[in-house]
Design a protein around this ligand. Structure first.
Ligand code: ARG
Length: 564
């Protein structure tokens, strides 16, 4: 419901247009003065009247028998008081009837949004550094999907590069299939680390690695089989983590896919005289734009990360004709994105304006035991396991008789890890602390899940006793109920805002507000009383809170539990 629109509809003015009213009308922070105010000063010149007189005119022509309960003209302002009962009634009825679809829209109909996120590397750790891209990207995917866009989630796999030559040498020397089948990528990463230690004293290993990489490029059977094996192991491991995080992709085309699309890119860049040769390498000079050159082909003829990104952008435009293409990638790569976006612009691809680098900050761990400082990578799966284990021990302590404890612990632990990545402005670096993210009070996901579960348990208590009762909304007519209803009403606008700014944290922060308002409402009002019509009205507000928390948590990829 758009309150501003409703107020404007009630103002029967012939001289002021709806659009003008819409820009002037503001929400009051101090609701004692009225819910909304219309300052009339800017209208004085055009209407040739004093602001005081204009305010009085508007005041007397506004209808007060519907949505607006009272209008006051005060010193050139018109103050509008919304009828609380009507407000609660309208909001609650609308939200309760839309249920799981509340907040959904079809604004994106016919438009395709590609979101590239997670983009893990084959045979390399899926580590805490990938949490941001995975959680933020997946949330943006779900948000745009909810707004009706056609979605393409892309995992731009890191499956190309000379490191795979080293990986093969390492595997052949120290690898063991049983170990890999047991430990997965962790075993592969171990061999790879050993390669880097041993190559210090055995430089011939580097030559062998180059040889093997060449064989991969040439499609040699053994090299290809090994590479495919590494890929299979990696995808199996990361797939388990994605399942736990509620993350899905529609495309897994990695960097190697673009190898045969690069010649066409080079041809176009050369035909447009965009490249030049410098020290045997080919590059696009970007000094006019205050950037270092974008390297396209190395001295040895190999193409680069940027070249593959340019080819991938062309491919995606041709394949999906995207309305938007979002790259959720850490800010360490800001320059890289600026550079290849500029190259595309110079090429004349006007659609580069629809590409956005959604950059985000670093996640580090406060907990010393899993610190990256000792040179150990922090595997995301270990962070999840530890969070779940801690959630389990909190549940064991607080609510030992809870049914399905393991499932709840999984939802709470994993949810807390996701929330840590989607609850702050993207660009901020965050220090992750298990104790903080798992706390039941404070701005955490367990607090949201707990509030959701509290709503569910009220319904369980009420059972079906109030099914046929007509709610009496005059009984939810108090400050905390009204504020909660207003907050619930703004959910669709919040989703919109989060989508436009590519900021899932707008939803997280909003959900925290809703939960806090709900808990205040719950303290102020007994929900189940002897008065059935009153109980029904309050239960309806509980239902709407539950709907918003559940829909919102799902957009973030967090499971809203019913019991906790
Ligand atoms: N795989 C890369 C990494 O882990 C990230 C890829 C980012 N995406 C891109 N289109 N360049 O650093």
């Amino acid at each position: 419901m758009d309150f501003k629109k409703l107020i404007i509809n009630e103002i029967n003015s012939d001289c002021i247009g709806a659009e003008e009213l819409n820009t002037l009308l503001v929400e009051n922070t101090d609701k004692e003065m009225g819910d909304y105010a219309l300052p009339c000063f800017k209208l004085a010149k055009q209407l040739r009247k004093s602001p005081v007189a204009i305010a009085e005119d508007i005041c007397s022509s506004t209808a007060t028998d519907g949505f607006i309960k009272e209008v006051r003209a005060v010193n050139g302002y018109v103050n509008f008081f919304i009828d609380d009962k009507k407000l609660c009634e309208d909001v609650i009825d609308e939200v309760a009837s839309e249920g799981e679809d509340y907040g959904r829209s079809n604004q994106g109909k016919g438009k395709t949004v590609c979101v590239e996120y997670s983009s893990v590397n084959i045979a390399k750790p899926f580590h805490i550094g990938h949490l941001g891209t995975t959680a933020i990207g997946s949330a943006l995917y779900k948000i745009y999907d909810f707004l009706g866009y056609n979605m393409v989630g892309i995992n731009h796999l890191g499956d190309w590069g000379t490191q795979f030559g080293r990986m093969i040498v390492a595997y052949k020397l120290w690898g063991n299939k049983d170990e890999v089948d047991r430990e997965g990528v962790k075993a592969l990463a171990k061999y790879y680390t050993r390669f880097h230690v041993e190559v210090e004293n055995h430089t011939e290993l580097a030559d062998e690695a180059r040889e093997w990489f060449k064989r991969i490029e040439q499609g040699d059977a053994e090299a290809t089989a090994l590479f495919n094996y590494f890929k299979e192991i990696t995808l199996k491991d990361v797939g388990e983590v994605y399942d736990r995080l509620n993350v899905k992709f529609d495309s897994w085309l990695g960097e190697s896919f673009y190898s045969d699309k690069i010649p066409a890119v080079l041809e176009d860049l050369r035909a447009k005289h965009l490249t030049k040769i410098s020290d045997g390498a080919e590059l696009v000079d970007l000094s006019d734009y205050n950037m270092p050159p974008c390297l396209i082909v190395k001295q040895d003829g190999a193409t680069l990360y940027a070249t593959r990104d340019i080819a991938a952008a062309h491919y995606r435009k041709e394949t999906y004709n995207f309305f938007k293409l979002l790259y959720v990638v850490a800010y360490q790569q800001n320059l890289h994105f600026k550079q290849f976006f500029k190259v595309l612009e110079l090429e004349g691809c006007d659609w580069v304006k629809d590409m956005v680098h959604v950059s985000y900050g670093m996640v580090s761990l406060a907990d010393g035991a899993m610190s990256t400082r000792k040179g150990n990578v922090v595997w995301l799966v270990d962070v999840l396991d530890k969070a779940v284990e801690k959630a389990k021990s909190i549940i064991d302590e607080k609510n030992p008789s809870l049914p399905d404890k393991d499932e709840v612990a999984e939802a709470v632990g994993v949810g807390a890890v996701i929330f840590s990545a989607v609850s702050n402005a993207r660009i901020k670096d965050i220090v992750f602390s298990f104790d903080r993210v798992l706390s039941f009070d404070g701005e955490t996901s367990p607090y949201l899940q707990y509030t959701h579960a509290r709503c569910c348990s009220l319904f369980e208590k009420a059972q079906t006793a109030y099914d046929g009762i007509t709610p009496d909304y005059s009984s939810v007519n108090n400050a905390s109920a009204k504020e909660l209803a207003i907050a619930i009403n703004s959910f669709p606008a919040v989703i919109d805002d989060a989508a436009q700014k590519y900021e899932p944290c707008i939803i997280s922060k909003y959900l925290i507000d809703v939960a806090q308002l709900f808990n205040r409402f719950y303290m102020d009002n007994r929900i189940i009383t002897e008065n059935a019509a009153q109980t029904k009205a309050r239960l309806q507000l509980v239902k709407c809170t539950k709907i918003v928390l559940s829909n919102g948590l799902k957009l973030l990829g967090i499971c809203p539990v019913e019991k906790m």
